[in-house]
Design a protein around this ligand. Sequence first.
Ligand code: NAP
Ligand code: ZN
Ligand code: ZN
Length: 349
Amino acid sequence: MTTPTKAYAAKSATTPLGPFDIQRREPTPMDVEIEILYCGVCHSDLHVARNDWGFTTYPVVPGHEILGRVTRVGSGVTRFKEGDLAAVGCMVDSCRECNNCKRDLEQFCENGMTMTYSSEDKHLGGMTYGGYSQRIVCDEAFTLSVPKNLDPAAASPLLCAGITTYSPLKRWGAGKGKKVGIVGLGGLGHMGVKFAHALGAHTVLFTTSPGKVEDGKKLGADEVVISKDESQMAAHAGSFDLILDTVSADHDLNAYLNLLKVDGTLAVVGAPPNPQPLQIFGLLMPRRQIAGSLIGGIAETQEMLDFCGEHNIQCEIELIRMDQINEAYERMLKSDVKYRFVIDMSSLS
Ligand code: NAP
Ligand code: ZN
Ligand code: ZN
């Protein structure tokens, strides 16, 4: 038995998203069924809807910043009950047995994580469908608890934009006495600025948008650099411990490598579709590293949500209706988001 569920899908790389009916499975004993209240709009949704990365299977229902209310739970579920707030991020399952799963790195499951959308659906066959929909059914092990003091709409983007910036900042030691750069003030970048500031680092925002300077400071940046201004960039040469790059399009990574100290790290989370040229000498002299990071494991995602609850950190959002999604994508491509679109899913019913 399945439950008919309204959703929004892209049917090809060039067609706008529109209404699409999907089915959700009957909860198994370990499942939580969630009525989706809010779903954040990640730039990855746009990359996948438009097949920028070349692996999209259509139709695709994007959305992996899901927050809602529990409507039913399976008999084996212990952490959630009907009426609770619950959240689902970028993955809904993994093998849970491989070395990486055992290390709480389900996103690197050796047998392949099941992504919230665009993965093989192990229960119903076909592909998994994401949060641009009325409800989702997810294993309790991949369902997150949301601190009660956070606003549900403003908390939803934490499920991707939050964890994707929190995880590398923690891993590469953002904190007191460290100089940390965040490149790009979009959905990920604005959370990067908030987290780097909350962790106690001297936080520098790099933006291409002069109109975002004041916001950057309000969000927690100690300094803001217009990255197109060579003299502003040169003033920071060789001074950073860590730079987190969230940019979604082609840009010059070498300009940021040159701002790192010896053993400094350029951690890339933005996923431009094209290869980005690298000047190897920028790595050699002085010794520097470039690294990547992908979302975060389930335990770390819960840690991040709890950290946000304790420090009252949430996202800056613009609430939209489901039928405004295509317009929102166009604005995202123009870097015109302050700073995350969130879909009010009640607009779908
Ligand atoms: P977003 O809200 O659109 O923000 C991207 C920001 O990058 C823009 O606001 C802009 O900031 C800057 N930017 C855009 N085009 C640029 C260009 N041509 N040159 C320089 N800067 C440019 O996107 P998002 O949702 O934060 O996602 C960012 C990227 O991260 C996407 O590629 C997404 O797929 C990827 N992502 C990766 C992971 C992961 O696990 N690694 C998870 C989620 C998302 P300014 O206006 O301040 O310059
Ligand atoms: Zn995302
Ligand atoms: Zn695994």
